[in-house]
Design a protein around this ligand. Structure first.
Ligand SMILES: O=C(O)CC1=CCC(=O)O1
Length: 264
């Protein structure tokens, strides 16, 4: 567990896996923290130096008041990479983490060897939807939305058969600061990369849980179709966070994609 201050903002990050291996950086989704990647890290750590972090507003990182922007999230990632002196990397993000990854790929194509976009799109939801979500958490805290969020994160089978894990991930959501959640909803409300993702040149794997109710497969596929050098894969039996629910399938897809990219 490590911390760095970037422009006055404290970020929590972790560096795991093989220290002399190529870097793989993972970006978490709204309402989660770096621990959503733990099972994937366990499978890929023998071949990569893996950095995961709690983006601003989440986990052990600072959660300033006010609206955040996608650019601020991308600046944070850039600052973390500079701090760790990582020049070249494979980048993977889920949901808003995937938007941060798309934005980084547009800003810094020269730094990326591969891009993995999980359950994300160039545009997520509508301004009305995010404003309603912000109002709900400001009025009632994270508890006001937690049950609905669990239905989008996880399949009915997971919710039925793995109640302890469901309760644990729900606790993670409930523990997060309202300022961090609402600030990131504002970033989602204001971000639209639809006209920009066509400029991504990095080889890109786009994946989506087959039962994702937050960013359904059609939406994710539509973004994949805008990215020239991309491939789309559906992950059966997963909702919005395949790194938890189907981590073996996700890690296998990532590994074969990285092998393909590095062997031309
Ligand atoms: O709460 C959800 O619907 C899930 C989600 C949306 C954006 C994100 O990062 O997670």
């Amino acid at each position: 567990m490590s911390f760095v201050q970037i422009g006055g903002l404290t970020l929590h990050y972790r560096v795991q896996g093989r220290s002399d291996a190529p870097a793989l950086v993972l970006v978490n989704s709204l309402g989660t923290d770096a621990r959503i990647w733990d099972d994937v890290i366990a499978l890929l750590g023998a071949r990569y130096r893996i950095v995961s972090y709690d983006k601003r507003g989440h986990g052990l990182s600072d959660a300033p008041e006010g609206d955040y922007s996608l650019d601020q999230h991308i600046d944070d990632l850039e600052g973390l990479l500079d701090h760790l002196q990582i020049e070249q990397l494979a980048l993977c993000g889920v949901s808003v983490g995937g938007q941060i990854a798309q934005g980084f790929a547009i800003r810094h194509p020269e730094r990326l060897t591969a891009l993995v976009l999980c359950d994300t799109a160039a545009r997520l939801g509508s301004a009305e939807m995010w404003n309603a979500r912000i109002a709900a958490v400001r009025a009632g805290g994270l508890d006001a939305i937690a049950d609905a969020v669990m239905e989008r994160w996880f399949t009915p089978a997971f919710r039925r058969e793995r109640p302890a894990e469901l309760a644990g991930w729900r606790n993670l959501l409930l523990a997060m600061p309202v300022a961090g959640y609402a600030g990131t909803c504002a970033a989602l409300r204001d971000a639209d990369l639809t006209d920009a993702v066509g400029a991504i040149t990095t080889p890109t794997l786009v994946v989506c849980g087959s039962q994702d109710l937050s960013t359904p497969p059609e939406l994710v596929l539509a973004t994949a179709q805008l990215i020239p050098n991309s491939r789309f894969e559906l992950i059966a039996g997963a909702g919005h966070i395949p790194s938890i629910e189907q981590f073996q399938a996700l890690a296998a897809l990532m590994q074969s994609f990285f092998d393909e990219v590095s062997h031309g």
